[in-house]
Ligand binder design. Sequence first.
Ligand SMILES: C[S@@+](CC[C@H](N)C(=O)[O-])C[C@H]1O[C@@H](n2cnc3c(N)ncnc32)[C@H](O)[C@@H]1O
Length: 258
Amino acid sequence: MDLSFREILSYASKKSGLKLDGYRESYLRRRIELRMRILGLKDFSDYFKFIKNNESEIDELVNAIAINVTEFMRDRSPFDYFMQKILPELARKRNGILRFWSAGCANGEEPYSIAIAVLETLPNRNFSIYATDIDEDCLKKALEGIYEKEQLKNLSKEHLDKYFEKIGDKYRIKDFVKRHVRFKKHDLTSQEPITKFLDAIFCRNVMIYFDEKQKEKILENFYNALNSGGYLIVGKSESIPKGKFECVSVSEKIYRKV
Ligand SMILES: C[S@@+](CC[C@H](N)C(=O)[O-])C[C@H]1O[C@@H](n2cnc3c(N)ncnc32)[C@H](O)[C@@H]1O
């Protein structure tokens, strides 16, 4: 690793508090190079000088690293599987409140999608969703719960009317959905799981940024946080190594704690 690249990482980490050592080096390089291209800078040493003289660049870089692209019911089919198979099974097997965690929840689309899925499938069941992200701006947006139509394209018109109120050309999630979700700032790379005894964890399109060692640590935390037989749902392009989880759906990337 060249010196300026390392200096950028340690400077950005110190200033922002974001722990960067668990991220894949190739990923961090690409994200810094993206910022360099935007700023018209040629090499890492120029970027290091720039970031030291421009405080606001720290936020820009952190945002570029913790990308928060998302949408409601992203990729749709894992949510269909969740509604058709997982929720009915949990309803049969578990008494009391059902508990879910959206880890890396971005602007709230994922936890609210989980809430909609449960309300649709088990309308009389008590449930809670913990939703965490490292990015405070995301969490603020998530709490506001106001979305553009584009974010909602995977939802039917019926669900839009039922779960959102229209304000101008935007959509606000209704309070009866919101009250099931608790948002909290949490760093997956350095903090213990937010809670335990969970029935399912959604951690989709987050672990792709981390190196194998970091991923292993996070998976261990997820394992400890789940109930026996609890589910872990990862992103479409992700997979997790054989071991503590068995794969229950290859195409939907759904795993179960064994
Ligand atoms: C691409 S979004 C995924 C959102 C959603 N899970 C989905 O699949 O649509 C990745 C999210 O992970 C969050 N993230 C990145 N690093 C993180 C970390 N160390 N701890 C917690 N969240 C993190 C980002 O802030 C971002 O909101």
